[in-house]
Design a protein around this ligand. Structure first.
Ligand code: GDP
Length: 425
């Protein structure tokens, strides 16, 4: 049985917490795209962790965690993440890295940083983790796969030929120092040795797991609106965070994914540049930002304050549809407990014409939100475990979202810890 947990918004919906929770009843947890450019915050008995590349099942000894062929592996970050967990008493995770996954190289990170600098005020808000240059190279067929680490001759040849171009680029366009070929080669060989016990054929492993009836969770990074084809291009990420792509990025038949849980936030947040219709500013935004998440809404990877806004039905309905969601998990509902009234954006206005369809990026930048106001519940709901115990106004809010998106909300997260959850039948 395969379930996907994916974001229906701009990312940071709290997927990590939901995955960590559902991982308890899973055998395999797999990341199918992206790299260490986003973070999942997980709070459990070991403490608080910001995972960047590791799948969110790493806290369970019975779970095999897989980094699928579609992921971007920054080996140095990965090793540091594993070490940081071990230092805090978490048993070494059971991790399988696909031999077909590709490696984030030093030049990807350099080019990402220099390019953002060059763009100045026009920058995309990249996390500078090298992800855009990484995927550009992958599809230009000048990427390096994990398996290459075990074929030194091929590896050396690839590095040398790639660096001929990259060093010219670094020098002429950015006036930067060239990357040393031998240093990169030696470091990669050392990395190869260190990760070799974790490297393998994840595709056969998954096929075997499916045959044995194992429970597999596919964990998406970021959210639907960051998809390069369907999202707010070019303010997107560089790989698809959609459940449809999960089959490809993991290496499993698409028809095996029978449940797609789209995680949506009870309000909204967004990092980086791009149109964001329900964005709020000033005091209104900082009140929400400071109360959001477990310690305020700040990027788990960059520490940047997140842009804040109200729940957007138009964007979330679209996001849930392109995910092909079969149900929703609504997170961070507890955060709204301070408000007298809660605005929800129900349509977009373009000079007097309203629409409920999510438009293309240039048009989206001109959309004005049309709000419907909901009365707040003005209390702490984080200890509630039964849906019927929620205050009337909180239930009305949940049911309005459910109705307007057209999908059942099966999970409500009402606090950052594992136990802060309401499961609805
Ligand atoms: P992800 O990338 O989708 O996993 O999301 P993040 O980890 O970036 O953001 C979610 C943040 O909200 C983290 O700080 C979580 O600890 C926290 N969190 C998750 N669910 C809830 C919730 O229901 N209520 C509160 N207050 N915090 C939550």
């Amino acid at each position: 049985m395969v379930k996907a947990i994916v974001g229906a918004n701009w990312g940071d919906e709290g997927k990590g917490k939901i995955t960590d929770m559902l991982a308890a009843e899973s055998d395999v947890v797999l990341r199918f795209q992206g790299g260490s450019n986003a973070g999942h915050t997980i709070i459990n008995d070991y403490g608080k962790f910001a995972l960047h590349l590791l799948p969110s099942g790493v806290f369970y000894e019975h779970v095999t965690n897989v980094l699928g062929p579609g992921t971007a592996i920054n080996i140095s970050t990965l090793l540091k993440e594993i070490e940081a967990m071990e230092e805090r008493g978490v048993p070494r995770p059971n991790l399988l890295i696909s031999e077909r996954a590709q490696i984030v190289m030093p030049w990807h990170i350099l080019l990402d940083s220099y390019e953002e600098e060059r763009l100045g005020s026009k920058q995309f808000g990249s996390t500078k983790s090298g992800i855009a240059p990484f995927y550009a190279d992958k599809y230009s067929k000048i990427g390096i796969q994990v398996c290459d680490l075990y074929y030194p001759e091929i590896l050396k040849e690839k590095i040398n030929s790639i660096l001929e171009v990259k060093n010219l680029w670094l020098k002429t366009l950015y006036g930067a120092q060239p990357v040393n070929q031998d240093q990169v080669y030696d470091e990669l060989l050392r990395f190869g040795e260190r990760i070799s016990p974790m490297v393998g054929d994840s595709t056969s492993f998954l096929q075997k797991s499916l045959k044995e009836g194992k429970r597999i969770l596919l964990e998406g990074q970021l959210g639907a609106l960051r998809d390069p084809d369907h999202g707010i291009y070019p303010f997107t990420t560089s790989s698809s965070p959609l459940a449809g792509f999960a089959a490809v990025g993991a290496g499993i038949p698409p028809y095996e994914i029978t449940e797609i849980i789209a995680v949506v936030k009870a309000y909204s947040s967004c990092v980086g540049a791009g149109p964001y219709v329900t964005e709020i500013f000033g005091e209104e935004a900082s009140m929400l930002r400071e109360r959001g998440g477990d310690a305020g809404e700040y990027g788990a990877t960059t520490g940047r304050p997140r842009r804040m806004g109200w729940f957007d039905v138009v964007a979330t309905r679209y996001g849930s549809r392109i995910q092909g969601a079969t149900c929703l998990a609504l997170t961070l509902l507890d955060v709204l407990g301070y408000l007298d009234e809660i605005p929800v954006c129900v349509s977009y206005d373009f000079d007097g014409n309203t629409t409920q369809d999510f438009p293309v990026t240039p048009l989206l930048s001109t959309a004005k939100p049309v709000y419907k106001m909901f009365p707040g519940w003005k209390c702490d709901i984080s200890k509630i475990r039964k849906y019927s115990d929620l205050p009337d106004n909180a239930r009305k809010y949940v049911e309005f979202i459910e109705e307007s998106i057209g999908l059942p909300i099966k999970i409500i997260s009402n606090g950052p810890r594992r136990e802060n959850v309401i499961i609805r039948d």
